[in-house]
Write a protein that binds this ligand. Sequence first.
Ligand code: VG1
Ligand code: CO
Length: 543
Amino acid sequence: MTIQTVATTPFAGQRPGTSGLRKKVTEFQQPGYLENFVESIFLTLGEGACRHLVVGGDGRYFNRDAIQTILRMAAAHGVERVLVGQGGILSTPAVSCVIRKHGAQGGIVLSASHNPGGPDGDFGIKYNIDNGGPAPEKITDAIFAHTQTVTQYRISDAPAVDLDVLGTTQLENMVIEVIDPVADYAELMKGLFDFDAIRGLFASGFRMRFDAMHAVAGPYASTILEGILGAPAGTVVNGVPSEDFGGGHPDPNPVNAAELIAAMAAPDAPDFGAASDGDGDRNMIVGRGIAVTPSDSLAIIAANATVAPGYAGGIKGIARSMPTSMAADRVAEALGIACFETPTGWKYFGNLMDAGLVTLCGEESYGTGSFHIREKDGVWAVLFWLNLLAVRGQTVEQLLAAHWARFGRNYYSRHDYEAVDAGAAGAMMDALRARLPELAGQTLAGHQIALADDFAYTDPVDGSISTKQGIRVIMADGSRIVFRLSGTGTEGATVRVYLERYEADPAHHNLDTQAALQGLIDLAESLSDLRQRTGRSEPTVVT
Ligand code: VG1
Ligand code: CO
């Protein structure tokens, strides 16, 4: 076994997006493509800086191949010890947990999250730092810079490592420990939630359906819900991770998890439904006949945090991404704590949690989490809801109605226009940007615009500035329209339009969401000419 130095030339377009580098599998399969990116990670970290690494992924097609390459490269870059999930499996929250628990210097996560997998699907890679969270922009920028100049990479020519057998092996001078992907994570959950109360809930006949969407949360949910908490066998469905997610689109929203929504609307519906995404960091919470919006879920978790032992002392603050509804802001105000508004992507929450400024974080894109790790966490959110249901003895529907009655309801929807022409999408954003200065103060179609800007964020901890994070148009009554281009897509551009309207009056809390937002939907179109510019008559996905 020797360490080889292989000459290479840069690939264009290896800039990490909202959550790492995501491309078609076929792009990753080009000789040197993955190697260049991994070399750029090691170049960014500096020689010998990373001695202890965690590696794992969501089990999608190319996961095992990529891990073998990464291990052989890690051995060539002075890494001394690597923890790898058995079978190459680690959910994104589990990577974060394992980095923190074992004091690793970082981790490499292989996932394209909610994007479809398989030979024609997507793949992704991202680097997480020693706090367990996604690398901040200054690191991802440096990685990208290296990808543009990389001339060689180093790799061992050792044979493939057996990832299926638990235990320790050696590759060159590097020790590889193949670990149980679930054990550390399950241990962490046990310390946060009232497992006895949840066990009691299941013992009382409470029925649940957890749809793992053939993705990585399956083993976590099966072990914790059915194994530890005594939920009946069959509670977890689609629970075995498959390389192409059973041909599906593992995004836990009412459109892609339609099977769960249907089961929860059936006459014999279980009491509680939940789903998670490709890499297990997203979640959807569903009651009988109603899905909880992620923004409401964050607000409800915040308002009830003290039911869970891990949060019994109260929460310090909340952070939400800018497009996420302002439901959590109202809870923060009632609790007398701060609510931070960050750009989209979990990497912006890390500093706030490290500094002890926030306990809970959330995004409208079915992402919720807390300071227990530095990633969003699907199974965590589901366990919080189970803990809440067990303690309160109310249904999801009752909890939602009670929350709205107390705080008001933020009607919320996101309209995605996927795979549109990137030029047309960019031109639309530019045209909107050009109109921003004249919008504030105008009344358009009955909506009085109070503020219109391109969101910029100054990190309160390290002072770093992120600009052009989404165009927001805020009305005098607090209603909002946000326009953003996705940073996780792999085909053309995806335009996201986020719509929000606040309704205080409980008599108006049961409207159809799209109907409640119709005025804003029309205004968004007239402001942007989105449909005409992209040639689309309607959104691809409405959530
Ligand atoms: C999307 C979501 C964002 C989320 C990101 C990663 O990004 O909108 O809220 O943090 O995906 O989630 P974008 O740039 O496409 O809007 V995941 O579950 O892919 O790690
Ligand atoms: Co994800």
